[in-house]
Design a protein around this ligand. Structure first.
Ligand code: TXA
Ligand code: MG
Length: 510
């Protein structure tokens, strides 16, 4: 394709520059392409009544030409020239949701060329709410076809920069109106069938539509590809929105999903892969490995819809091998989010429980009397071992009155082995430390029995020696000369090597 100079114009929604809009309108009237913001995603505009313009649209996007375009109008009155048999139900939906993120399918009139509808007898129509979009449609003659302004197979653009990344040099103009509001494409409702059928979920949900027109059906191919049937919106059959790296959705409740993703990210990172993680405000801080991107807050799924494509695009620049995403509630706009994620993942999902059941312990706690010597030393030495699974490793004391620093002799010995306890503060053992996923290791029998008798429900408490089946015990070196600390270190290192082997054995047996 001939490389052209793409003009990029910033437009302020509140003070739309009429001259720029006229220039953009001229381009459309002459059969050229102008990308523009809508409330959903950026669209690649062309004159919808011009067969040749449709061809250019397909060429610029690299999109198969059997995939029909949506015709955008700026006034409801413009509908009747392009659509036939607009039912009373359709009128009610239009009354309620136009302008807005809802596309309706009607039988087409002869005015609409087959080039625009991908050969179909029906036409998709939408009246966007975005002021820039409306001004462009009016300037361009009233009927603007617009697919999302991305290269076919990439995430839809939610900023002008995304459009430029894909289409610079291939189209005449980009109108930059900043970030879009919604972030996922319009809902598509087929009005040629009764009950009307949702072909693509979006911000206008089934529930919202049913409030206005009663029963609404949903194309059953939307959330899984198991039916073997082709989706009714031709565009939904392509593996759209695909990031470069393989994306996988981890399903299950959020706590479980975070554990599963942590586990995978640790293991993959250990094997030398760079892993991407799609997390939320609520979960991002839990991840310790991988490239973590916060997609929004679970308290407001609109924020997630808005960032979805941006995050997927960012991962394309990150050179990650795999991307793992938490799943989101399939309610309201969550349906649209999960539909797009599922497509981006090529339907690859993982059940969190299938992963989490493979790891028995997620935390190892060493419990000593005062948590200022053996315990913190053991924890730090274990952190330096090569472990097949990720553990949060810590230490606690049975009798801790102050958050004391580590014993100075212990610190001196650790330093002579290139380790340090300088950040350590002694902490008392608490009931909340003793969950089922924590392996509690004491140094001596009496410590173990004290825990068992104090906390009835505690499960995994052993002495270190018992757990690794070794007779040797590490006694407190408190008040002893430095050499005794040194001997303790050597023995600890040996026993913790055995502990690492045992934990790794268990990880392999999974
Ligand atoms: O939010 C949106 O709808 C954005 C903005 C730019 O308006 N546009 C958009 O267009 O998402 P596009 O081309 O990326 O997606 C149009 C979808 C495709 O899945 C296509 O197959 C479907 O609409 N479609 C168009 N005409 C159709 C028809 N006559 N029957 C069934 N599906 C149709
Ligand atoms: Mg698209």
């Amino acid at each position: 394709m001939k490389v052209m100079k793409t003009i990029i114009e910033k437009i302020d929604k509140h003070h739309i520059d009429i001259q720029i809009m006229e220039k953009a309108g001229e381009i459309l009237k002459k059969g050229g392409l102008v990308a523009f913001p809508t409330e959903t995603v950026y669209g690649l505009g062309a004159n919808a009544l011009d067969e040749e313009a449709a061809k250019k649209t397909y060429a610029a996007k690299g999109r198969p030409s059997d995939n029909p375009l949506i015709v955008h109008i700026a006034d409801v009155e413009a509908l009747d020239a392009i659509a036939k048999h607009v039912s009373e139900k359709a009128r009610r939906v239009i009354e309620k949701f136009w302008p807005g993120p809802l596309t309706l399918i009607f039988e087409k009139t002869d005015l609409v060329p087959f080039g625009t509808t991908g050969g179909l007898q029906t036409v998709a129509v939408r009246m966007p709410v975005d002021e820039i979009a409306l001004a462009l449609i009016r300037a361009g003659g009233g009927y603007v076809s617009a697919p999302s302004a991305n290269t076919s197979g990439r995430p839809s653009p939610t900023t002008a920069a995304h459009v430029a990344d894909d289409l610079d040099g291939k189209i005449e103009m980009i109108l930059d109106g900043g970030s879009v509001d919604i972030g996922v494409e319009s809902s598509i409702l087929d009005m040629t069938v009764d009950p009307p059928m949702i072909l693509r979920p979006g911000a206008i949900t089934k529930e919202m539509l049913e409030e206005v027109i009663g029963e609404v059906a949903v194309d059953k191919t939307l959330l899984s590809d198991t039916s073997g049937e082709a989706p009714k919106a031709p565009g939904m059959k392509y593996r759209h929105y695909a990031p470069k790296a393989q994306l996988m959705i981890v399903e299950g409740d959020t706590v479980e999903a975070v554990k599963a993703i942590k586990q995978i990210a640790y293991e993959q990172t250990r094997l030398g892969y760079r892993v991407g993680i799609i997390a939320t405000n609520e979960t991002a801080d839990f991840y310790t490995n991988g490239v973590v991107k916060n997609i929004g807050t679970r308290n407001n799924e609109n924020s997630i819809a808005k960032n979805l494509y941006k995050v997927l695009r960012e991962f394309d620049d990150e050179e990650v091998s795999y991307i793992y995403s938490e799943a989101f509630a399939e309610e309201g706009i969550g349906n649209a989010i999960m539909n797009r994620l599922d497509k981006a993942a090529g339907h690859h999902t993982i059940q969190a429980k299938d992963i989490t059941r493979l790891q028995k312990y997620r935390r190892v706690l060493f419990v000593s009397n005062s948590d200022n010597c053996r315990g913190p030393m053991a924890a730090e030495i274990l952190r330096h071992q090569s472990l097949l699974q990720e553990y949060q490793i810590g230490s606690r004391g049975m009798v801790v009155l102050f958050p004391e620093p580590a014993n100075q002799k212990a610190e001196a010995i650790m330093r002579s082995h290139q380790m340090t306890l300088e950040d350590h503060e002694a902490r008392a053992l608490e009931e909340s430390d003793l969950d089922d996923e924590t392996l509690v290791l004491t140094f001596e029998e009496p410590q173990k029995w004290k825990i068992i008798s104090e906390y009835q429900h505690v499960k995994n408490v052993y002495t270190l020696s018992e757990y690794i089946e070794d007779e040797r015990t590490i006694y407190s070196a408190h008040g002893q000369p430095l050499v005794v600390y040194g001997e303790n270190f050597e023995l600890l290192r040996e026993l913790l090597g055995k502990l690492a082997d045992k934990l790794n054995e268990e990880a392999k047996r999974k």
